[in-house]
Design a protein around this ligand. Structure first.
Ligand SMILES: NC(=O)C1=CN([C@@H]2O[C@H](COP(=O)(O)OP(=O)(O)OC[C@H]3O[C@@H](n4cnc5c(N)ncnc54)[C@H](OP(=O)(O)O)[C@@H]3O)[C@@H](O)[C@H]2O)C=CC1
Ligand SMILES: C[C@H](O)[C@@H]1OC(=O)[C@H](O)[C@@H]1O
Length: 253
């Protein structure tokens, strides 16, 4: 069990990638604390699945855009599960919208959830790890969108590039504490975040056609890469990023 004895915190874990990663970490031996914003049933169902695996789990509600959610989440997780070994910053939104008439509130909300929220969460988790004194691992769910643009994602792609940049800087700031910080770059993964966008059959076929491995991703495709970066197998990996995109990024023509 690669994560035996470790406590993992995951934000945005009531659905999609966060939920799959939370359950996947438990399958590899971890106890897990889950943050979520609205979906109480989804969060409770994930907790139940983790408990069925014989691991401890805890769901704590809070909007990551509020800096107090970060200190509350980390404090409650440390109090109830004992410590924080791994922090996965996953919560994110992508309300697709054109650039020229982007509503100010859509732009600001996307920044606050995806980037500001990550900053305060990572800071709170890192402070707890420093207090514990024996290192840790921080993983940001960035995106292939940190490297490439999207016509209806002009507010979103900068948050993903920003997340990757944050991991690079905190890898330096936290290296002396033995805390490793890395980014995952998922490609297109089938979740609620893109359900409407991919409801257009022609667009979905086009997106599938861009993937050398021949399919769009599933949330569970992120489990292995997350567990690897969280585990001691990655003990000399920090400031790095890993594409999990079926090869889409390199497929120019
Ligand atoms: N799907 C994809 O193709 C890709 C996704 N990503 C990234 O992966 C991450 C997860 O996305 P994905 O699983 O697809 O999305 P989903 O929409 O399926 O899940 C999003 C999760 O984030 C939670 N969440 C949303 N807003 C907040 C908030 N303000 N505070 C706390 N939790 C919140 C949701 O909880 P609730 O419903 O309870 O509010 C939900 O659990 C995102 O950061 C996304 O940018 C990166 C690359 C590709
Ligand atoms: C939500 C999109 O389908 C998804 O989000 C990302 O970060 C990927 O680049 C895809 O565009």
């Amino acid at each position: 069990m690669l994560l035996e004895g470790k406590t993992v915190l995951v934000t945005g874990a009531s659905a999609g990638i966060g939920r799959a990663v939370a359950i996947g970490c438990a399958q590899h031996g971890a106890d897990v604390a889950l943050n979520f914003a609205r979906d109480v049933d989804g969060a409770q169902a994930a907790v139940a699945e983790i408990e069925k695996l014989g691991r401890r789990a805890l769901a704590i509600q809070g909007d990551v855009a509020d800096p107090e959610t970060a200190t509350d989440f980390v404090a409650q997780a440390a109090d109830k599960l004992g410590r924080v070994d791994v922090f996965v910053n996953n919560a994110g939104i992508c309300p697709f919208h054109a650039f020229l008439d982007m509503p100010v509130e859509t732009f600001e909300r996307t920044m606050r959830v995806n980037l500001h929220g990550a900053y305060f969460m990572v800071q709170a988790a890192a402070n707890q790890m420093v207090k514990q004194g024996d290192g840790g691992a921080i993983i940001a769910m960035s995106s292939i969108s940190a490297l490439v643009g999207g016509e209806y994602q002009t507010h979103y792609t900068p948050t993903k590039a920003g997340l990757h940049s944050l991991m690079q800087s905190v890898a330096i700031a936290l290296g002396k504490h033995g805390i490793r910080c890395n980014s995952l770059f998922p490609g297109t993964i089938l979740t609620d975040i893109n359900k409407d966008d991919l409801a257009d059959a022609e667009k979905r076929r086009y997106m599938e056609g861009r993937v050398p491995l021949g399919r769009l991703g599933q949330p569970e495709d992120l489990v292995g890469p997350t567990v690897f970066l969280a585990s001691d197998l990655a003990r000399y990996v920090t400031g790095a990023s890993l594409l999990v995109d079926g090869g889409a990024y390199v497929n120019l023509q």
